[in-house]
Design a protein around this ligand. Structure first.
Ligand SMILES: [Zn+2]
Length: 130
C-alpha cells in the first residue's frame, strides 16, 4: 500500500477512534451513575424485567469493554500504518506467505479499517473458536 492510500485509512481510523471514544464516555457515565436519561426506552424489555441494577450495570459496562477493545485495535492499526505494515494479514505473514500474497482486501479494510487478518484467515479463526 502506498503512502497516499495509507493516509486515507489513517483518516478513517482517527475518525472512528473519535466516534468510539465519544460513545465510551457517554456509556461510562450512564453505566456508573445509573442515569440513563431519556434513552431508557431503548433498553430491551427482557433486561428491565430482570430488575436488578447490578445486572444492568454489568450489562452496560460490558459494552464499554468491547469499545475499549476496538480502541486498542484502532491504536494498533495506526501503529501499523506508521511501521508501513498496515493492510498485511498477520496470520498470512505468520504462515510465511509473501507480503504481496498477504494483503487484506480493500473492501474489507473499508468496512473494518483496523482488521488484522484477511477474510480467509478470519473465517478460519472463527471456525476454530466455535
Ligand atoms: Zn490471511
Amino acid at each position: 500500500m502506498n503512502k497516499k492510500e495509507a493516509a486515507k485509512y489513517k483518516d478513517m481510523l482517527i475518525l472512528l477512534k473519535a466516534r468510539v471514544r465519544g460513545d465510551v464516555e457517554q456509556l461510562t457515565d450512564e453505566a456508573l451513575t445509573g442515569h440513563d436519561g431519556a434513552s431508557g426506552a431503548n433498553s430491551p424489555t427482557h433486561i428491565a424485567e430482570l430488575g436488578t441494577d447490578a445486572y444492568e450495570q454489568d450489562f452496560a459496562l460490558r459494552f464499554v469493554e468491547n469499545d475499549q477493545e476496538v480502541l486498542a485495535e484502532i491504536e494498533a492499526a495506526l501503529e501499523r500504518i506508521e511501521e508501513g505494515t498496515y493492510g498485511v494479514c498477520e496470520s498470512c505473514k505468520e504462515a510465511g506467505r509473501a507480503p504481496s500474497k498477504s494483503q487484506i482486501r480493500k473492501t474489507r479494510l473499508k468496512a473494518i479499517p483496523y482488521a488484522r487478518n484477511c477474510i480467509e484467515c478470519e473465517r478460519k479463526r472463527e471456525e476454530l473458536s466455535i
